[in-house]
Design a protein around this ligand. Sequence first.
Ligand code: CO8
Length: 373
Amino acid sequence: MIKAVISGTGLYTPPATIDNDELVEAFNAFVELYNNEHAEAIAAGELAPLQPSSSAFIEKASGIKRRHVIDREGILDPQRMCPHIPERSNDEPSVQCDMAVVACNEALAQAGKTAADVDAVIVACSNLQRAYPAISIEVQQALGIDGFAYDMNVACSSATFGLQAAVNSVENGSARAVLVVSPEICSGHLNFRDRDSHFIFGDACTAILVEREENVGAGQGFDILGTRLKTTFSNNIRNNFGFLNRADESGIGQPDKLFIQQGRKVFKEVSPMVAETIQGHLESLSLAPDNVRRMWLHQANLNMNQLIARKVLGRDATEDEAPVILDEYANTSSAGSIIAFHKHKADLVSGDLGVICSFGAGYSIGSVVVRRR
Ligand code: CO8
C-alpha cells in the first residue's frame, strides 16, 4: 500500500506589519469621525455612539500583539479602513498566486524536489480572489507543474481538509506528490470598523508538500498516521459575500458581506468539540495524549488554545507542547496551524508524535496525526 508523507513546508509572510497600538489608534480616529458626523442623532438618542477599542483588551482577550498584512496604509486610514490592493490585469499573476509561488518554492526546496516531481496543486483557503479560472491552476502554471489542480474552501480548516485530499490522491495513486497551499488574505474580508473583530486577522500563505513515502529520503519529513475531519453547521461565524449579492441591491454594503461572528459562543462551543476530536482521533490510532510531543493548533485565540490543550492533556501545556504564533501573525485562518507546524517542527526527533489541528467556521475541525521519520 502507498503511504503519504509530509516532506516539506513553506511560508510567505507579507513584510508589512501593524501592531495593536497602531490599529487601535486608526480605529479610535474612525470612531471620533463617526461620532462627530452623527453628533445630532447621537444627542437625540437615535443612534448609539461608537465605543473606542483598546490594545490592552486585544492582547488579554486574544493573545494577539501584531499582524502581517498585504497593505498597511489603507487599513490605517480612518477614512478608508480597508487594504488598498490594486486590481491587476488578466496578463499579470494574481496576488494569491504570487503568495502561493513563494510558499510552494520553499516547500519544494525543503523537500529537495522540483515542479517535475509534483502532479497536483490544491489551493485551500477561506476566500478566493475570483470565481474562475481556479487560482490553483494559475499556481500550477506558474510553477510549471504538469498535472491537475483545484481550489477548495472550508474556512479555517481548509489546509487540514486539503491535506486529507492530498493524502487520498497520493495513496490512491492519482498523484506522486501534491502541494497544498493556503494563500490567506484575511484583511480583504475583515471589517476594520467593527470593534469586536477589527483586530482578529492577518495575512500569510503556507504550503505543504505531500509525497509518496518511497520518494522521500529516510529520516526526512513526517509520516501521516491519520486524518480526521468533522463538521457541524453553525451560523456563529459567517460571511454572506457571494455571487448572488448583485441580485438584491438592498444587501450591498451590509456588514454581513464581510466576516461576522459571535466570538464568545464560538469559543464555548468549538473548544470542547476540538478536544474531543483530537482525543477520539488519537484513541482510534491506539495512541494516548501522553504520547504526543507537540500540538500545532489553529491560531485564533491564545486562551482557547490553552483550554483545548488542557482538555486533551489533562494538565496545562507548555509553550513547547503547544507553540504560539498568533502573537506575531494574529489569526491567519487556515494558514495558522501550518505556520505553527512550519516554524516549530525542526527540533522533533525520529519517532516524535504530533497533531496538527484546525478549527473554525462551518463549524469545521481537521486533525492530522504525524510522526517524525
Ligand atoms: N476593545 C475594547 N473592548 C472591547 C473590544 C475592543 N476592541 N471588543 C469588545 N470589547 C468589550 C465588549 O464590549 C465587552 O464589554 P462588556 O463586558 O462591557 O459587554 C467585553 O469587551 C467582552 O467582549 P467579548 O465577550 O466579545 O470578548 P471575548 O472575551 O469573548 O473576546 C474574542 C472576543 C477575542 C473575539 C473571543 O471571543 C474569541 O477569540 N473567540 C473565538 C473566536 C474564534 O475562534 N473564531 C474563529 C473565527 S476564524 C474562522 O473560522 C475563519 C473564518 C474565515 C476567515 C475570515 C477572515 C476575515
